[in-house]
Ligand binder design. Sequence first.
Ligand code: CTP
Ligand code: ZN
Length: 154
Amino acid sequence: MTHDNKLQVEAIKCGTVIDHIPAQVGFKLLSLFKFTQTEQRVTVGLNLPSGELGRKDIIKIENTFLTDEQVNQLAVYAPRATVNRIDDYEVVKKLMPTLPDRIVGVLRCPNGNCISRFEPVDSSFAVKQRADGVHLKCKYCEKEFEHQVVLNND
Ligand code: CTP
Ligand code: ZN
């Protein structure tokens, strides 16, 4: 019997497989993007062996399809993720996230005085490609942060 990585989490009939998520990031995606707040079956594999990454996480959501925009919202967390659309057990579409112009509703502003921390508003960050990497600029306080600073803040 061969040890096929694909068998580590059961195949799904129809829905979305988010593959090649860096290890430790899958849990964050589940909570930030509320993937478990659905009636659909969600199966998760954490710290699975993966050739390219060493270890990876994988999330499978049945009977649910992500829009291109939702796929792109994953880009700062899992830039090398592959989002597979499954229909009748076949992979019918493979999408790679590309950095969106804006990330809305999932992150918290690191600025403790920012109005977005006290008002019931959706956080909103413009995504900026700077020489030293990706920065995020808060719509409310207009402060700009290195993206890792914002991610570590959650
Ligand atoms: N998958 C699944 N259910 C299916 C078909 C595929 O859960 N019915 C999963 C596979 O386990 C894999 C992902 O969807 O994690 C993509 O499938 P596939 O393209 O067949 O695998 P790879 O060729 O390994 O993908 P990649 O080239 O993106 O690494
Ligand atoms: Zn702010």
